[in-house]
Design a protein around this ligand. Structure first.
Ligand SMILES: Cc1cc2nc3c(=O)[nH]c(=O)nc-3n(C[C@H](O)[C@H](O)[C@H](O)COP(=O)(O)OP(=O)(O)OC[C@H]3O[C@@H](n4cnc5c(N)ncnc54)[C@H](O)[C@@H]3O)c2cc1C
Length: 445
């Protein structure tokens, strides 16, 4: 049985970014990445399954100032990576990005928001209806001329193919000169603690590692609970679908977000691979699945502690909140045949007033699941980071905007992993900062 210094479970953007950071910026010699599917990034990091937005915190009106600054620093690392290391690989495109306020109340709130964050985002501009019309004619065409409109806009809107980004991380890790083994189609069944670290058991392959980082999305919680960690946590899987139109927008247009909700507001933007395709979404529908369109993950959902008395009481308490209840009900209706599209159209028309039901269709087989963490002790939804740190093991559950903060998360995990491995291990944080640190980035300065 081969023994590694570090094993990473899950080849989405979280696991692969950590593989990259450990291989390039630490002296750790042996790394292994284990993934249950045949392809890298087959779940939430896959291009079709997320919103492809590099979130900086500038147009996300539900982030407070502190969160916006934190997300900005993290996103700048990804921006720097796609503009340098991954420059030739077609990982992204850069266009304008804006948040649109519609009507008196939203305009006042957005004015206030601008004053709160303008020093963090010097490139963010407040633009009038006339300027909005120049960038995004369809957001103004057909709109009631009396309706007030304001936007905060930046030229630095990054659309990222997080699946390709994950592939790029693996490719460059394998060029690092270290031992970087990647085993695909290896579903981890169990992780066993032993004297020197962990035994990781998958179908047809067992390896040992001194330290383990589990980056398996929702499944990280199941693997954590098997080892006795995170037993007070449950999951509320929130599925996101997208409606598709043709050539309706030139850049990313977000709407104002509800402060209480952890989910991104509905937005419209051109697809990163096929910009003629305009995507509207994501919706937010609660489903008993851990992976979208994979019904074999229903038993996995049942295994999370949400199916204990405390778990069920937590879900009932969360859904009893009128804001959540209305939100869940409205979002559930979006996927209904025939009327779903017509109900969703109202949200699309907030962005493109002249859109009709004929202009959009529900994207089939696309969209992911956001694993929203529920604390079954406090019976509340956890809005923050979903990370469990155990004895020489870390579990990442990564709700949105997990992909935007992947390199920062990898930096934090690398620090911890080096600590796990003891004095012989070193992490050259300065070198990482020089290569991908926010100060070096051309983005959002
Ligand atoms: C609708 C939607 C829109 C989003 N939009 C954005 C956005 O615009 N910007 C942004 O930053 N974030 C966005 N997110 C969040 C983002 O997609 C995720 O945070 C990110 O992709 C998580 O990456 P990950 O590697 O942690 O998980 P995943 O990409 O899901 O990868 C987990 C991997 O672990 C593997 N795995 C699971 N179980 C096992 C096992 N037992 N053994 C081996 N392997 C296993 C899976 O096969 C998978 O490859 C969005 C999410 C959704 C659902």
């Amino acid at each position: 049985m081969k023994k590694y210094d570090v094993a990473i479970i899950g080849a989405g953007v979280t696991g692969t970014s950590l593989l990259y950071v450990l291989s390039k910026y630490t002296n750790i010699k042996n790394l292994v990445l284990l993934e249950k599917y045949k392809e890298i990034a087959a779940v939430n990091s896959q291009r079709n399954n997320n919103s492809q937005t590099l979130h900086f915190g500038d147009i996300e009106t539900n982030y407070n100032r502190e969160k916006a600054a934190k997300v900005k620093e993290a996103a700048e690392m990804v921006a720097k990576y796609v503009e340098t290391v991954g420059k030739e690989e077609g990982l992204h495109y850069q266009r304008h990005k804006m948040v649109l306020a519609v009507g008196e109340e939203e305009v006042t709130a957005l004015e206030k928001r601008f004053e709160e964050i303008k020093d963090i985002f010097p490139k963010l501009k407040k633009i009038s209806k006339e300027e909005i019309a120049k960038l995004e004619p369809n957001t103004v065409k057909g709109r009631n001329p009396e309706e007030k409109l304001l936007a905060l806009c930046t030229e630095d809107g990054y659309a990222i193919d997080f699946g390709k980004l994950s592939e790029s991380f693996v490719k460059h890790a394998q060029k690092s000169g270290k031992t970087v083994d990647v085993f695909m189609h290896k579903k981890i069944k169990e992780i066993q603690k032993n004297k020197k670290g962990y035994k990781i058991i998958s179908e047809g392959k067992t390896v040992e590692a001194s330290a383990v980082v589990v980056c398996a999305g929702s499944h990280s919680l199941i693997l954590a609970q098997q080892l006795g960690y995170g037993t007070e946590l449950g999951l509320l899987p929130v599925a996101g679908s997208f409606y598709i139109g043709k050539n309706m927008l030139n850049g990313k247009v977000y709407t104002m977000q509800l402060k209480k909700l952890p989910f991104a507001a509905i937005h419209g933007d051109p697809d990163v691979k096929n910009p003629a395709e305009t995507r509207f979404g994501p919706t937010a529908k609660v489903l008993p699945l851990l992976e979208r369109h994979r019904y074999t993950t229903i038993p996995d959902f049942i295994r999370t502690s949400v199916f204990t008395i405390d778990g069920i009481l937590s879900l009932l308490k969360i859904l009893a909140d009128p804001t959540y209840f209305r939100f869940v009900l409205k979002n559930f209706s979006y996927d209904l045949p025939f009327i779903g599209k017509r109900i969703f159209l109202k949200d699309v028309q907030k962005i493109v007033p002249s859109a009709t039901a004929k202009d959009i269709h529900l994207g089939k087989g696309i969209g992911g699941i956001r694993p929203q963490i529920v604390d079954t002790k406090t019976k509340t939804m956890n809005m923050g980071e979903a990370k469990i740190v155990g004895e020489k093991i870390i579990f990442n559950i990564t709700p949105s905007p997990g992909a935007s903060v992947c390199l920062k998360n990898a930096e934090n995990d690398a620090r911890k992993v080096v600590e796990f491995l003891g004095k012989r291990s070193k992490f050259d944080e300065q070198k990482l900062k020089e290569a991908l640190g926010s100060k070096a980035s051309g983005a959002q300065k």
